[in-house]
Design a protein around this ligand. Sequence first.
Ligand code: ATP
Length: 237
Amino acid sequence: MPARLIVSGVSKSFVMHLRGGVQIPVISGVSFSLDAGECVVLGGPSGIGKSSILKMVYGNYGVDSGQIIAVRPDGKMTDIASANARTIHALRRSTIGYVSQFLRAVPRVSARDVVAEPLAGQGIAREEALGRAEELLEKLNLPKALWDLPPATFSGGEQQRVNIARGFITSHPVLLLDEPTASLDAQNRQVVVDLIRDKKAAGTAMLGIFHDQDVRDAVADRIVDVARFSGRGEAAA
Ligand SMILES: Nc1ncnc2c1ncn2[C@@H]1O[C@H](COP(=O)(O)OP(=O)(O)OP(=O)(O)O)[C@@H](O)[C@H]1O
């Protein structure tokens, strides 16, 4: 399977401006790649740098050194580590999707529209986008009575399911999964596992963080142990 994302020699430290500019190294020399149709899970203890890697790949955090190459649908490559904001924005539209456990609710927009919106952004007709949104909301067991309401007042688990539907609705070739099953009940966790398997079958390359061992076992093709790249030296193999 062709590589969709290549991370090579990536290092990151944080500068604590409120503590006199002291530098805290987090990870160093992170290297792995992600092929089409596989789900790679970032492993390692709390605080080792898993979320930081995901945020660098999505372009939220800057990269101190190294490269993060994303392969776009047209086959061209972009280095996220050195890309400007406009390029990152375009990559998020065409290439890299992100599913987190938290929904940034927009006031007065219905759950159905919140889920359909990324498809509309890709030029897909509104009726088709809304139809696919409904399919996903149904799969994720969100009561129909809620579909026309804005998610701001939904329970935490209901908001999370709206967010998961929004993250899974597009066909981005690369999908980042930031604990998408955290705090879901067993039935909905299984739905997310099934959605991930469907994406794999469709050739999507996924990079995820899952603290739930059962979910990890069910979806991971490979685990990248981030402790191997600890910039602090304590866990480096
Ligand atoms: N924006 C930031 N500013 C300063 N330090 C940060 C920032 N983001 C992360 N860190 C630090 O970097 C280290 C790695 O954090 P990160 O969230 O990537 O770990 P993690 O492996 O995802 O942990 P967990 O499993 O607990 O979520 C931590 O020591 C954290 O305090």
